[in-house]
Design a protein around this ligand. Structure first.
Ligand code: FES
Length: 106
């Protein structure tokens, strides 16, 4: 189990014990975090699971892969810290990870 915090746009914090190997998106959906629609179910094909990785974590989480970066073009209000949450796999190293949900999704 790895501690994951997802902060909704209105500031509501969802503190989650996430399974290693699960994705941030799966944890958001399981915990009914508003704003993560995940229309494609995690196939990196919709951009409705867009999140901002907390700045303290961006280096550790790393940049998006090429396919993810292409799909981020379809997200709204993309920032340097933007990632698709279905492409972030939880691992022990990410204990305490914080991501923020944008105001709106594509
Ligand atoms: Fe569709 Fe992540 S759930 S791109």
């Amino acid at each position: 189990m790895t501690k994951l915090t997802i902060v909704a746009f209105d500031g509501t914090r969802f503190d989650i014990d996430a399974d290693n190997g699960s994705t941030v998106m799966e944890n958001a959906v399981r915990n009914s975090v508003p704003g993560i629609e995940a229309e494609c179910g995690g196939a990196c094909a919709c951009a409705t699971c867009h999140v901002y990785v907390d700045e303290a974590w961006t280096e550790k989480v790393g940049p998006p892969a090429a396919m993810e970066e292409d799909m981020l073009d379809f997200a709204i209000d993309v920032k340097p810290t933007s990632r698709l949450s279905c492409q972030i796999k939880i691992k022990a190293d990410f204990d305490g990870l914080v991501v923020n949900v944008p105001e709106r999704q594509a």
